[in-house]
Structure formats: C-alpha cells, structure tokens
Design a protein around this ligand. Structure first.
Ligand SMILES: [Zn+2]
Length: 269
C-alpha cells in the first residue's frame, strides 16, 4: 500500500502536465474509483482545463486546474500514476480508468483492484475532502506538540496502531510505522500512556527523520532504501536487525491489532 513517499513519487509522474491543456478525457465510467462523484461533471470540467499545480497531503493528491477545478486522487492498494506518449492511447486497457490527454502525452491513473478514489471540487469552498488543517508528517508544520496532543487522546492504544491513524500521522503506513518505532527504539506494542518524555521526543525525531528520508530516497525516484534501514529487512520472515550492536538479532513479526508489525526484540525492549 503506497505511503507518503510512494504517493509523492506518483504525484510527480504528472508534473509535466503543469501548464498544459487537457484536450480530451477518457474514463471507465463503471470503475468503482468514481463512486463518490458525478463523472460527466468531472469530464466536462477537465476538458480544456490547464493544470496549475499539484499537492500531496499524507496519502492524498490534489491537482488544481485553472478555472477552479480540483481533482483529488487516492491510490488505495494498487493505484498508479503514469505519463505515456499520446501515441499509446490505443494500448491502454480496462485498468486505466482515468486518462487526461494533451497534445503530446497521456496522464493515466491506473488501478487494478479499485480501492483508490477520485474526487472532484468545482470551487475552493467545496474542498471539504482536503485536510488542510492537519499538516502531514513530512511538513515543517508538523510539531512535537501536535503529535503529543494526539498521543494523549489515544493513551490506551498500542503505539503501532496510533502511528497508522491518518488523523494524527497523515502519510504514515505500515512500513513507516515499523521504521519509526525501530529508529526510536520503542516496542510497537507499548501503549501511548507508557511512553516516557524521552521516548516521546525520540518518537517525534524518528517520525520527522523517516518522513524526510523516505521522501528523499523513495519519493525522488523510487530507489530502494539503504541496508541500514529496517525497511530492507522487514518484509519476510528470517530478517535480522541491521543495527550493529544487535549483532544480527532475528527480527520478530507479529500481528498488532490486525496489522503485521516487525520489530527487533533486542533494541526495542
Ligand atoms: Zn535491533
């Protein structure tokens, strides 16, 4: 499932649409990703529109067109944004649900399992689906005070679950939550109320660091993170902690409230 940095990478695939005019719009009208909008309204608004800018917030993207047209996209499980040459129009298939055609290019939103979502607003006042008031963890507006206030509201929940809550940690998904706990040396099963002041500080540092590192490595060009991140060791059974002091301690994989968490029993006690 795409998290903050993966979504940033996908957003950038449509970067070169900025300044261009959409000549035509192709949709698969039965696709579930359009379940919340009137498709004909969307198509009419986008045809002839020029993209001004694009934004990302947490796992959401927004594309702002001239004339107060706002397109929102969430990737869900399998969504992907692509840019293809216009000559490939006839090669698109049934998973390419939304295609913006310009004079030279095709900007495609593809989603095989259709857990993604397309939204639309025709003026700034209708942007209720855009969570402007809650800065995402990659933003400099995301502060320790904001994080701590959220932890206080979720005192009895395991920290791993709280990290996955988009209300408090917009953009964090499963691998980021594991990486954050590992870097902060916090056992993901701990309840928020059990965290000391020093652990809260360490948690905040790790949230910011993982967000910045993920955007720099994955968000830039989908590179594989280096070996000294938990990321490269956590995906399957048999991984070892990359922290030198742990001397390749076997990582533990365990379900915490329905999600698989991976952590090191040596350094996350
Ligand atoms: Zn370790």
């Amino acid at each position: 499932m795409p998290e903050l940095a993966e979504v940033e990478y996908h957003r950038k695939q449509w970067d070169s649409l900025v300044g261009q005019m959409v000549c035509d719009v192709h949709v698969n009208p039965r696709a579930r990703i359009f379940r919340e909008i009137d498709i004909s309204l969307l198509v009419d608004s986008l045809r002839g529109a020029r993209l001004k800018t694009s934004l990302r917030h947490g796992k959401r993207m927004r594309f702002d067109f001239a004339g107060d047209v706002y397109l929102g996209i969430q990737l869900g499980m399998t969504g992907a944004m692509r840019r293809l040459p216009q000559s490939q129009l006839s090669m698109l298939d049934r998973h390419d649900h939304l295609v913006l055609e310009t004079a030279k290019d095709l900007f495609v939103f593809r989603d095989s399992r259709m857990f993604g979502l397309v939204r639309y607003a025709h003026d700034a006042e209708s942007l209720s689906w855009w969570p402007d008031d809650k800065p995402d963890v990659g933003s400099s507006r995301y502060t320790f005070e904001r994080m701590n206030a959220f932890l206080m509201r979720r005192q009895q929940s395991p920290i791993k679950n709280v990290l996955l809550d988009q209300e408090g940690f917009p953009g964090v998904g499963n691998w980021m939550a594991d990486e954050i706990c590992w870097r902060a040396r916090i056992d993901p099963r701990m309840r928020c109320i059990q965290l000391s002041d020093a652990e809260r500080e360490a948690l905040f540092e790790a949230v910011r660091e993982v967000a910045v590192d993920a955007l720099r490595v994955i968000g830039k060009d989908y590179s594989t993170p280096p070996n000294d991140w938990l990321f490269t060791h956590r995906w399957k059974d048999g991984g070892n902690c990359p922290r030198p002091a742990c001397k390749a301690a076997p990582l533990r994989r365990e379900k915490i409230a329905g999600r698989t968490a991976c952590y090191c029993p040596e350094c996350q006690e």
